[in-house]
Design a protein around this ligand. Structure first.
Ligand SMILES: NC(=O)c1ccc[n+]([C@@H]2O[C@H](COP(=O)([O-])OP(=O)(O)OC[C@H]3O[C@@H](n4cnc5c(N)ncnc54)[C@H](O)[C@@H]3O)[C@@H](O)[C@H]2O)c1
Length: 335
């Protein structure tokens, strides 16, 4: 089987996990690693045969003939780097969120269509089997008409989260705090399950634990959908001890209750649901997401989160942020 030649742009925290989990994926040839902190790029490159290490990703592209890139850089760099790669005809798996501004997301979506480049966004909970089963139960009508969904992300971070990766602390570089960075995974799952346009949002944000950063460490929001459904989210990095993410979806015939992402499971109440399984090979949602992206590029098998599917969650998060500022309900911008 011909392997997809991939470059990795950004060799920080999530890349460590992604590389560990995809090490045995024989469909990928990791050809190069780029990071301005070259020592990080070298550390990864040393683990792969003939892989180059680069300070500047443009050099990697010039030298390594890559077909696709995995992008895991600070949020403010997603837009310029993804745009550059699409323009060069390179397929992209970008870490979430796709970008931090809706007009940039729409511009990239259009450009990807024009250039016939595949752009996926790594909302990997879509490849968590339990989340996937919940969503399939919703899409197949097993839960009946969907009424409402609630998700809670009670995570814990220490000051080092902001000091080790300084970009996390500022609105300009991160675009937001826990809601955009952590909670958006769970919100994405509920939006995917409802498959209905978000229209209005109400929200409130706090710096409950970290006072000398610009972004929120705690957020609550309500998103109203065009189908009449409603979603509630609480996302935080201020919990004293990290607790599991919960996502619960209430429909007229039954309820689906997810707990994860470690040892994830979904329980159904009122209905019996087949064991639907997410596509992609790998032992973890991250590796399945990467493997499915590769299959999308190489043989067209649809990837669960192409760029257009990542836009409803971005638009909803931004509306919650606007509401938190204005103190009023805000329309979710059209996309
Ligand atoms: N899917 C998930 O579960 C998950 C988890 C954590 C982080 N993330 C996402 O991954 C991305 C990176 O987050 P992180 O936690 O790894 O951050 P990080 O700060 O640990 O790593 C970012 C890396 O990007 C490098 N970088 C900066 N500018 C660059 C450039 N121009 N070219 C190449 N590399 C550059 C930095 O030197 C650093 O090594 C973010 O989008 C984040 O939201 C996703």
């Amino acid at each position: 089987m011909k392997k997809l030649r991939m470059g990795v742009i950004g060799c920080g925290d999530i890349t460590k996990y992604m590389m560990l989990l995809t090490k045995i994926d024989r469909s990928i040839k990791f050809a190069g690693f780029a990071d301005p902190d070259e020592s990080r790029a070298r550390k990864f490159a040393a683990r792969y045969k003939d892989a180059g290490a680069y300070k500047d990703y443009s050099q990697m592209i010039a030298n390594e003939k890559i077909d696709a890139a995995y992008i895991a850089v600070p949020h403010y760099l997603h837009y310029p780097i993804v745009k550059d790669l699409i323009s060069k005809g390179i397929h992209v798996l970008c870490e979430k969120p796709i970008v931090t501004a809706l007009d940039h997301a729409l511009e990239l979506e259009k450009l990807a269509v024009e250039k016939q480049v595949k752009v996926g966004v790594n909302y990997q909970y879509r490849y968590d089997h339990a989340c996937y089963r919940m969503v399939q139960a919703a899409h197949n009508g097993d839960l009946g008409r969907l009424y409402y969904g609630i998700c809670n992300i009670p995570w814990s971070r220490e000051a080092s989260y902001f000091t080790d990766s300084k970009w996390h602390a500022y609105k300009e570089t991160a675009g937001g705090g826990t809601l955009l960075t952590q909670g958006s995974h769970a919100l994405d799952i509920l939006l995917w399950a409802f498959n209905s346009e978000p229209v209005r949002a109400i929200g409130s944000t706090r710096r409950a634990k970290f006072h000398d950063v610009e972004v929120e460490d705690t957020a609550m929001g309500i998103v109203e959908l065009s189908c009449g459904g409603i979603i509630q989210i609480t996302s935080s990095m201020a919990a004293a001890k990290e607790q599991p993410v919960t996502i619960t979806l209430y429909g007229e015939k039954g309820t689906a209750a997810y707990t994860g992402p470690y040892f994830s499971r979904v329980n159904f109440y009122g209905v019996r649901i087949p064991r639907y399984k997410a596509e992609g090979r790998g032992i973890h949602a991250l590796s399945r997401s990467m493997n499915a992206f590769v299959k999308w590029v190489t043989n067209g098998t649809p990837y669960y989160c192409p760029i257009n599917q990542s836009i409803p969650v971005l638009a909803s998060v931004l509306a919650i942020y606007r509401s938190a500022e204005s103190g009023k309900a805000e329309d979710v911008k059209k996309y």
